[in-house]
Design a binder for this molecule. Structure first.
Ligand SMILES: [Fe+2]
Ligand SMILES: [Fe+2]
Length: 385
């Protein structure tokens, strides 16, 4: 899309969005499927969990409905960043996933993926709305940019990229896709949970509503993996390498360790810890470690999910095990460390090859290509729930 237009209102932006959709060919596929319920992009508001700011320095004050009520310019800037990052990931995931629409293993999987892609588009739609409604001209320009950046996975271009590494990674096949929905959308659930108690009421209401949709994406991913493991035609060693790829990437999404941005976002009542309502009061020592706190909660949740999946293994197949959380990290204090999947240190000069051998290999990809093309059933049918 040529950047010749300037979006002034949300209605202008909607036109821009339709062009983005066309560019990706999303609705054409949906139309060709037929029989799908019509989908209306809309703004959805959930209920506030509390009318009062729930954490940080302004705890107990009324939540803010308007940006001018947010009591610090730096807080307003941080809020802007939170919204724009959230929006960027939503559109990116659709760009990463669209090519899988033509190779879905079943009609039910295709219908589910269309639903997921539409809902991600709606999430981005809502973030664009917040930017335009609350941040004036600057927000409108950023809402345009949400549709102008492109995931490298789609564009192949290194110069125009999505903001975060994970959202430029290619999702090569449906195994990638189920893992992505299980692990990257789950990071999304964590991020949305942390924003669902935001002191800025419009963002809190938005994310409460988005969380309801996100739970379907997670189920789609988890059950997809279960359905593959049940059939047992994809070796667990391959499943393990795909797991290593996406979990290390998803852990990076929680951001730097000792992040001052996270500390301030908490202090200003904008972004809480995961499950804030169940957390004990924050003590001084933890203030600097907020990202790690949520990252660890995520890691534990995924550990439990892998235990569930292991129950469906065929006899004699190895178990899925989460790699050490320091393995293959690109963000934070472990980015410079050479730690193996088993938590042991690997020699620096050997680390690149070590990582390569623990992520999906070319051999894995060509094995899977053969399997997908063989017409053999490699994923159990989707059971309606
Ligand atoms: Fe989303
Ligand atoms: Fe999602």
């Amino acid at each position: 899309m040529a950047n010749t237009r300037r979006v002034k209102s949300f209605d202008d932006w909607k036109e821009y969005f339709r062009e983005w959709q066309k560019d990706l060919g999303l609705e054409e596929v949906a139309e060709s499927v037929g029989g799908l319920p019509p989908y209306e992009f809309h703004i959805g508001w959930g209920d506030l969990k509390s009318d009062e700011v729930e954490f940080g320095a302004h705890r107990g004050n009324r939540k803010w409905e308007k940006l001018v009520e947010v009591p610090d310019q730096r807080a307003r800037d941080t809020l802007y960043e939170l919204i724009r990052y959230q929006g960027d990931t939503e559109f990116a995931s659709s760009e990463q996933q669209r090519h899988l629409l033509t190779v879905a293993p079943s009609q039910a999987d295709l219908t589910s993926l269309i639903r997921v892609i539409r809902e991600e588009g709606r999430h981005g739609w809502q973030m664009a709305y917040l930017l335009i409604d609350h941040y004036g001209r600057e927000g409108a320009r950023e809402a345009e940019k949400l549709l102008e950046r492109r995931s490298t996975a789609l564009s192949g271009s290194r110069s125009n990229r999505r903001l975060l590494h994970t959202f430029n990674e290619p999702i090569r096949d449906w195994i990638d896709l189920y893992y992505y929905a299980e692990l990257v959308d789950r990071d999304g659930k964590f991020q949305l949970d942390m924003l669902s108690r935001c002191g800025f009421a419009p963002l809190a209401r938005s994310t409460v509503y988005m969380l309801g949709e996100e739970s379907y994406h997670l189920r789609f991913g988890h059950l997809g993996l279960k359905r593959i493991i049940q059939v047992g035609h994809v070796p667990m060693a391959i499943m393990q390498r795909y797991l290593n790829k996406w979990v290390s990437s998803a852990l990076d999404l929680f951001g730097k360790d000792a992040s001052s941005t996270a500390t301030w976002a908490y202090e200003w009542g904008l972004k809480s810890r995961f499950n804030e309502h169940r957390c004990p009061p924050l003590d001084e020592g933890e203030r600097e470690e907020l990202n790690d706190f949520s990252r660890l909660a995520y890691y534990r949740e995924v550990q439990g999910l892998m235990r569930q999946l292991n129950r469906f293994r065929k006899k004699g197949e190895s178990e899925l095990a989460l790699p050490d959380f320091r393995f293959n990290r690109k963000v934070g204090k472990y980015a410079s460390k050479c730690v193996g999947v088993d938590g042991k240190e690997v020699k620096a000069e050997e680390y690149k090859d070590y990582v390569k051998s623990h992520l999906p290999t070319e051999k894995d990809e060509s094995f899977l290509k053969g399997l997908f093309e063989s017409g053999e059933q490699w994923v159990a049918p989707m059971v309606a729930d």
